[in-house]
Design a protein around this ligand. Structure first.
Ligand code: SAH
Length: 210
């Protein structure tokens, strides 16, 4: 149920759901998703489901992870990526296969500990986790060529937009009266361009640390 075959079936499903970036599909074929969920849920890890990871939080469905990663990559190799909302560390692991360095922030200390364990078990060494409020980003490491925020907000925190490199992109679930949609904000030489994409469902971005 957690074999390479099961994982490859997930990849075929992602293809049929419209994921086109072969690098993203290869990364998702490589990372054992069942390591990142509780043992009791391991058999469901490759279904197209978001699953509970404790503390009222969830790991996003494979399709949502693939889509956000595809949008973050925009067909180009990534150097430095920032993730806000580490959760169990799965999205960070996928990004780590596609970027030189990944930095990821999480407000719940116990989840940071869990994610560190999961990433170690998955053999990921280039993801650096920090306990803190993601609203501030990581100015000491910026600029980033992509920022992936995996918690919903009505707009992108200002500090994060400032930490985007010119030519870089921020992907996040934008909440409005019409529900949530993935939003891509690209930083150009002249300013910021915003695009609204697929409907999604994420937990909210919360202030402070838990
Ligand atoms: N990317 C995760 C899914 C995370 S769910 C994964 O692959 O498992 C969203 C996460 O965002 C939760 O763990 C939540 O605690 C965290 N979060 C919410 N507000 C935050 C904030 N202000 N700073 C950092 N993390 C935050």
């Amino acid at each position: 149920m957690t074999s390479q075959r099961t994982r490859l079936r997930m990849i075929e499903r992602l293809r049929s759901q419209g994921i086109r970036d072969e690098m993203v599909l290869a990364a998702m074929a490589e990372v054992p998703r069942h390591i990142f969920v509780d043992e009791a849920l391991a058999s469901r890890a490759y279904e197209d489901l978001s699953l509970p990871i404790g503390f009222g939080q969830t790991i996003s469905s494979p399709h949502t992870v693939a889509r956000m990663t595809e949008l973050a990559r925009a067909g180009q190799p990534l150097q430095k990526v920032l993730e806000i909302g580490t959760g169990c560390g799965y999205q960070a692991a996928i990004l780590a296969k596609l970027a030189k360095q990944v930095y990821s922030m999480e407000r719940i200390a116990a989840l940071i500990r869990k994610a560190r364990r999961n990433l170690r078990d998955a053999g990921v060494a280039n993801a650096h986790l920090r306990h803190g409020d993601g609203h501030a980003g990581m100015s000491g490491v910026a600029p980033f060529d992509a920022i992936v925020m995996t918690a919903a907000a009505t707009r992108a925190p200002e500090a994060l937009l400032e930490q985007l490199d010119v030519g870089g992109r921020m992907i996040f679930p934008m909440a409005s009266n019409h529900g949530q949609h993935l939003c891509v904000i690209e930083r150009t030489g002249r300013g910021y361009l915003e695009r609204r994409m697929d409907a999604v469902k994420f937990v909210p971005l919360l202030p402070g640390v838990g």
